[in-house]
Ligand binder design. Structure first.
Ligand code: NAP
Ligand code: GLV
Length: 310
């Protein structure tokens, strides 16, 4: 039986993945196309495969996502029902996310994005300085990404408040759960950091009504999915000066189209969906360990709950 590697990425990146996985999965037969071998494929290792890629594989028994977020995968109406999906959970990725979040929060807190703008204008205009412990940072989503990020921000001195569906305990972090807690949290936070999965419950979370409930002058950092934010509503809140600045790594359309208002907006910092990339060097080992557990009949970690959507 064979493994299928299905990545909707450029040829160079696909080859990097093939090489890293082949090295980590010695003894396994890794295919990069199901053509002529559909009956032989038992496991699919996927990175946002094109819709339909996993249909018509009669012996498929496991799907391993190379991405942490599986919203695009689950949106494929032809995704085989009943086949377990394991998503990528790699400490190297969580560490990268915590780094990006720390950079964004620090830059918002200390006004470094403003200084970058002033440099472009040749202007010398120092502003006041607040201590980290004077700022409340709300971290939405306390999973693999949110947990480590919260701890990293707390270690930096920020007053971190986390939010999740189910009550979650993290030492040193004030946590809240459930829809009802969100508005209070948004009203208190100087910076809101989004690390939620994209599900029917979280799509469009940051619409005009919710943005209006944020503390005036707050910053928004979206490192999760573009569809969490109603882009026109965010632009309106920034233009009105209600929000000070947004750091956006993810967008409704990626790559962010040329001419999109975010590219040149003075209150927006754009990253090219690079907050936490899957690193083939460590992720190939994660895949190999999951496959080994599965072949040995051990319980699989990080299974996706299709009902919840993450
Ligand atoms: P995860 O481990 O599944 O954690 C999800 C967290 O969100 C959990 O704490 C969960 O709470 C909470 N949550 C889900 N739905 C909620 C809701 N409706 N209300 C409140 N809390 C809710 O996911 P993860 O690995 O941390 O990844 C989070 C997301 O980051 C991914 O889905 C992906 O979109 C994004 N991501 C982005 C990049 C990038 O480079 N930009 C890289 C990796 C991941 P419960 O457990 O209590 O339900
Ligand atoms: C990246 O966004 C991922 O979900 O891995």
């Amino acid at each position: 039986m064979s493994l299928l590697l299905a990545c909707d990425v450029g040829a160079d990146e696909a080859e990097t993945w093939r090489a890293a996985l082949s090295a980590a999965l010695s003894g396994e037969h890794l295919l990069t196309s199901s053509q002529g071998a559909a009956d032989d494929i038992e496991v699919a290792i996927v990175a946002n495969p094109r819709p339909g890629t996993l249909a018509g594989l009669p012996r498929l028994r496991l799907i391993q996502s190379l991405w942490a977020g599986v919203d695009r995968l689950l949106a494929d109406p032809t995704l085989p029902a009943g086949v377990p999906i394991v998503r990528m959970v790699d400490p190297a990725m969580s560490a990268a996310m915590a780094e990006t979040a720390l950079w964004a929060v620090l830059a918002l807190h200390r006004g470094f994005f403003r200084y970058a703008r002033l440099q472009g204008e040749g202007r010398w205009a120092p502003h006041g300085q607040r201590r980290a412990d004077e700022l409340v940072v709300a971290v939405l989503g306390l999973g693999q990404m949110g947990r480590g990020t919260s701890l990293r921000l707390a270690a930096q001195g920020y007053r971190v408040r986390g939010w999740s569906t189910r009550p979650t305990a993290i030492e040193g972090i004030e946590t809240h759960a459930g829809e009802a807690a969100l508005d209070t949290l948004l009203a208190q936070a100087d910076i809101v950091l989004n690390l939620l999965p994209l599900t029917p419950a979280t799509r469009g979370l940051f619409d005009a009504a919710r943005l209006a409930r944020m503390k005036p002058g707050a910053g928004l950092v979206n490192l999760a999915r573009g569809e969490h934010v109603v882009e026109a509503d965010l632009l309106a809140a920034l233009d009105a000066g209600r929000l000070r600045h947004a750091v956006l790594d993810v967008f409704q359309t990626e790559p962010l189209p040329a001419g999109h208002a975010f590219w040149s907006h003075p209150r927006v910092t754009v990253l090219p969906h690079a907050a936490a990339q899957t690193d083939p060097r460590s992720a190939a080992g994660v895949v190999a360990a999951n496959l080994q557990a599965w072949r040995a009949g051990r319980p699989l970690a990080n299974l996706v709950d299709r009902q919840r959507g993450y």
